[in-house]
Write a protein that binds this ligand. Structure first.
Ligand code: FES
Length: 290
């Protein structure tokens, strides 16, 4: 098996590209993962030294996020969604189809390093499940009988079952984790989707803010402009509970905000304006008391 060469100069460049920007560690690790298909130990050491973080922190991040791998991955990375919505539509059969076709189990890489196979909890496109993703390209309504065809086309860069950009848009319908009242506002829409309405306070200002309900979209409308880098406090407009989850942002250590997703699960996002850390877990049954 061929070893994977890590070039320290390349890693220096990747780190320096972010110019010490606050909360850039995840982006640096993503770039390294994209360059080597895994996070070499030597690269993690360089990032730790260069950013003043500990190697332990690096490993904590590398093992927390499923997108990162400490072992070399295959040229193509296939993931099958095992979240609740996909699971009930028979994603275990799809996974079995991939395992048989590639002769590996989830979490493994083929001997020729062509394919790695993994599972994920939710890809944010539940209505189109079962969903699989190969090299960042989504495949919808996958059946086990489709697997051979999908693998063949992934290798040939032809994705006949690929989602259109429009289908990848995924709107969440959320409620307050404490009083369970809907946070959606029908009167205000963004790209045709109802927005999420909460109240925020920062720097002695207290006012409304409307958030895009499209997962991964950071557009907001607000009574007062929230300056970049400011940590805001978010509240339910009905019961006035503060919407903190108890978790800290993995990128910038600011508190994470939590909302319940109607139908089950949670969506969390960082309370710092400008930080793009967010997570959606539709398989998550945890009900965090506020
Ligand atoms: S995309 Fe599979 S459960 Fe959401």
């Amino acid at each position: 098996m061929m070893g994977v060469r890590m070039n320290p100069e390349d890693v220096f460049r990747l780190v320096d590209k972010y110019n010490g920007r606050h909360g850039s560690i995840i982006s640096i690790l993503e770039d390294i993962q994209a360059t080597y298909n895994f996070l070499p130990r030597g690269a993690l050491k360089i990032v730790a030294n260069r950013t003043g973080r500990s190697l332990v922190d690096m490993y904590a991040l590398a093992t927390f996020y499923r997108n990162f791998s400490l072992k070399p991955k295959g040229r193509h990375v296939a993931s099958v969604c095992m979240g609740t919505a996909c699971h009930v539509r028979r994603s275990p059969d799809v996974l079995e189809g991939f395992e048989q076709a590639l002769a590996i189990r989830a979490g493994e890489t083929t001997r020729d390093r062509e394919f790695s196979l993994s599972t994920v909890n939710c890809l944010g496109a539940c209505a189109l499940g079962p969903v699989a993703v190969i090299d960042g390209e989504y495949y919808r309504n996958v059946k086990s009988a489709d697997v051979e065809k999908i693998l063949k086309h992934a290798c040939r860069d032809e994705n006949i079952l690929k989602m259109t950009a429009e289908e990848e848009v995924f709107a969440v319908n959320v409620s307050c984790p404490r009083c369970n009242r809907s946070l959606m506002t029908r009167e205000h829409r963004l790209d045709g989707y109802p927005m999420v309405r909460v109240t925020v306070s920062f720097h002695r200002k207290h006012g409304w803010v409307r958030l895009s309900s499209l997962y991964g979209d950071y557009r907001i409308e607000s009574e007062y402009e929230i300056p970049p880098g400011v940590i805001a406090h978010f509240f339910c407009p009905s019961c006035h509970a503060e919407l903190r989850s108890g978790r800290l942002c993995a990128s910038c250590d600011a508190p994470m905000i939590i909302l319940f997703v109607r139908g089950g699960g949670t969506v969390q996002f960082c309370s710092r304006r400008g930080c793009k850390e967010h997570m959606l877990d539709l398989a998550d049954e945890e009900h965090l008391a506020l």
